[in-house]
Design a binder for this molecule. Sequence first.
Ligand code: SF4
Ligand code: FES
Length: 330
Amino acid sequence: MPKVTIDGHTIEVPDGTTILQAARMIMDKGEGNGENIAPPTMCYYSKLKTSGGYCRTCIVKVSKGSEKDPRPMPKPVASCRTNVMDGMEVQNITSPELLEARKGVVEFLLINHPLDCPICDQAGECHLQDLGYEHGLAKTRYDFKRRTFNLIDIGPYIKLHMTRCIMCFRCIKVADQLTNHRYQGMLFRGDASEISTYIEKAIDNDFSGNVIDVCPVGALTDRTFRFKSRVWFTKPMDAHRNCTKCSGKVALWLKDNEVLRVTSRKDKWGEAEEWICNECRFEKKDIKDWAIEGPRHIDRHSVISANHYESLAQLKLDIGKQQKQLNGKS
Ligand code: SF4
Ligand code: FES
């Protein structure tokens, strides 16, 4: 089994493991010294075959190719598409020039983006927004006119904002892999590329709503949820129902007892744990349709966690501590 070292953390992985998967394995083992050494991903999605290789946000520096051939790789490589070799040494967050290169990738991803986060339903759970905060520039250097498109309704439940699309191909893979027929979805090439409404045909499929969950930005939005609430004002709950088409295990996004939105449950990498059907997603908006399991764990770094206190006891302890400090007792 090849051994790889990423940002100083060594792990042994099965043959055929990519650098990205190895980095995630290191994080899963609780290593990383509190830092996230797993490269960000905008197009790779472990549940979708042949995803990855489009966006270049997952680039890393390979400072040693392998034990047999220790020469460094001459330029950054896409970690989601590069397999680990025995003795390989990789730098992600420990390489300033790599971080600089990633900044360049983010700048390219944003050149046509409308930056309309204040009115975008994806705000607060948008991977591009996070990437922009972590690696983006405060100001654009782009002088040209940005691309504009009319909004497209892809069936009764999904709206496409092409202006926000970063061409990650995830929705095309969903349309392709979760339907019985191949409906290709990218038209034209280069800066003229756009997601075609051919994926409208995928709307017949019970699982087409999953394109919303895989979209890393706000390009594909749920028409039953649009503009209803900012996500951080909602209460995410795990819930399930008996469903004949999918597992019925979902996340409900509630406002009081009103079900504003139903999504798949996402894992720590932001990927759907299981695909859910359109009936669960769009048609079961009555709380009585669901058996509530309990609050969904939200990562504290996410803005969605604002106003959600998982442990009231801890909160009381913190407030008590602050009061003591204010009264001069420590
Ligand atoms: S619409 Fe979303 S999922 Fe589809 S290619 Fe664009 S960014 Fe990716
Ligand atoms: S995640 Fe690797 S190229 Fe997009």
